[in-house]
Design a protein around this ligand. Structure first.
Ligand code: C5P
Length: 221
């Protein structure tokens, strides 16, 4: 079965502060996007990779990724649009599709392989997750309403994996924007399975996350 990966990388990264689009920020001398794609190429199951780049940086992204055999498309205004635009260029031979945030630049290849293995075992949709370690409060403004039982809460990561027709149906339906692809599949009433995620698959969102990413890379050296 051919496994493709779509990499939404078109976000501005405003929570990181002023500067280049997030996927093009540097971490230890290379962009987050190059780190992310290199990690994907380290996973033996991965075939075609399609990157949704910021519309104004398509040429630069093609150059950056010239060594990694990827297709680059223009991203859209929302993450969901970027995924849909990348999905649209997949060849007919692709059976399984993973969607992986460029911002999860240090995701270990073992997580990618675990997602693919669950799909090969028959799952329609698979999400890597971690338990919630903090106590979680639901609030109303700055007042606590209730403490949420965290025992059945999980934090969702990427890559999220799907049978191709499931992801296509999920993105074809109308509805409000979702923050991940699995949420669109849930709306179809289909089952989404989980596999263990990794702390190293965290999403680089705020300046502190870049410090943490540097520490992870130093630890790997
Ligand atoms: O904004 P957030 O951190 O949730 O973005 C997750 C991923 O989606 C990032 O890799 C970002 O580049 C990507 N994205 C995109 N197109 C957008 C917005 C976000 O590809 N319009």
């Amino acid at each position: 079965m051919t496994v493709a990966v779509l990499v939404p990388a078109a976000g501005r990264g405003e929570r990181l502060g002023p500067g280049a689009p997030k996927a093009l920020r540097e971490l230890a001398g290379e962009t987050l996007l190059v780190h992310a794609v290199r990690g994907l190429r380290g996973a033996p199951s991965v075939g075609p990779i399609v990157v949704a780049a910021p519309p104004s940086e398509v040429g630069q992204v093609e150059q950056l990724l010239a060594a990694y055999d990827v297709t680059v498309v223009r991203g859209g205004p929302e993450r969901q649009d970027s995924v849909r635009l990348a999905l649209a260029v997949l060849g007919p031979d692709v059976d399984l599709v993973l969607v992986h945030d460029a911002a999860r630049a240090l995701t270990p290849p073992a997580v990618v392989e675990a997602v693919v293995a669950a799909l090969r075992a028959g799952a329609d949709a698979v999400v890597p997750v971690l338990p919630v370690t903090d106590t979680v409060k639901r609030v109303d403004g700055d007042r606590v309403r209730v403490t949420v039982d965290r025992s059945d809460l999980r934090v969702a990561q990427t890559p999220q994996g799907f049978r191709r027709e499931v992801l296509a149906a999920a993105h074809a339906q109308a509805g409000p924007a979702a923050t991940d692809d699995a949420a669109l599949v849930e709306r179809l009433g289909l089952t989404v399975d989980t596999v263990p995620g990794s702390e190293e698959a965290f999403k680089v969102t705020r300046p502190f996350d870049l410090l943490m990413a540097e520490a992870v890379l130093r630890g790997r050296d």
